[in-house]
Write a protein that binds this ligand. Sequence first.
Ligand SMILES: C[S@@+](CC[C@H](N)C(=O)[O-])C[C@H]1O[C@@H](n2cnc3c(N)ncnc32)[C@H](O)[C@@H]1O
Length: 318
Amino acid sequence: MREPGGAVNDAAPADGAAPDAPPPRRAATVHTPVLAAEALGLLALEPGMTVVDGTLGGGGHTRLLLDAVGPTGRVIACDLDHGAIERAAAEFAGRPVRLAHANFRDIPEVLDAVGIDTVDAVLLDIGLSSDQLADHERGFSFDADGPLDLRFDVSEGEPAWRLVARLRPETLADILHRFGEERYGKRIARRIATVREKEPIRTARQFARIVAGAVPPQHPPARIHPATRSFQALRIAVNEELKSLSIALSRIPGRLRPGGRLAVISFHSLEDRIVKQAFLNAQTWERLTRSPVEAGPDEVARNPRSRSAKLRAARRQG
Ligand SMILES: C[S@@+](CC[C@H](N)C(=O)[O-])C[C@H]1O[C@@H](n2cnc3c(N)ncnc32)[C@H](O)[C@@H]1O
């Protein structure tokens, strides 16, 4: 089980590897960091600074943070995904980075574990990475024949297919409505209840098909897959995403030096609302962004995932 603070290790050698063993071979990341220049600019990093990347993912932002703080600075990078930590251990060998398999809501415990009191900046780029989306065993993509798992940390908690199998239709409808803003939540939940009486619902593809069959056809056809909101809702539920974000936002100021900066990139309105609300606390934060920074047309053309990204940043009051 993951302790608060998680296992913290230097970038190399990889966790559990013999000191001079070659790092484990993992496929290179397919994730492209979003709003990278904008986030880096708002964090105003300088050589020698200590920074937390709360969402390591494919390591794109971590690399840029490392470059910005230079060899005299330090980056502490967390992720709930074991694969992200393993990949980064190999990739950042020899660089001043500490990796922690941890939830970003436990950043204070991660810092305690490495003997750091306060840091100069924190970055959170929340949600899921393209590496997770591409791994069909994780169930994040609609056409995955792997289990509908949807956990960032597969060693903890309950996979989504189990929620789909055991929750009452009213509870499922509530999750779809609250975490997916899905207006057809009740219809979808009723369809799930009917189907699961006849066959177990296990794979992401199967779940996507059931949802698509439950919602009325859209005219004109919707831009997004009809199961998008339902996947989002289950993912938020199994990972307690909104709760983690709220806890993190309440705890990070205690570990940021006065004048230190926090930047958060979110991908849907529920998360953005929480960040916006937190930054309105003028005793704690001086906002650096009144409205969220969004990707320009060039970035959206290069990386369609950036279309829904919203970046907000604030400075801790001194
Ligand atoms: C959008 S990706 C980050 C991509 C990264 N910035 C990059 O440039 O490659 C989000 C990552 O955050 C991780 N994550 C999501 N919620 C988390 C949490 N509460 N604590 C730690 N990591 C989390 C996911 O596992 C995923 O790897």
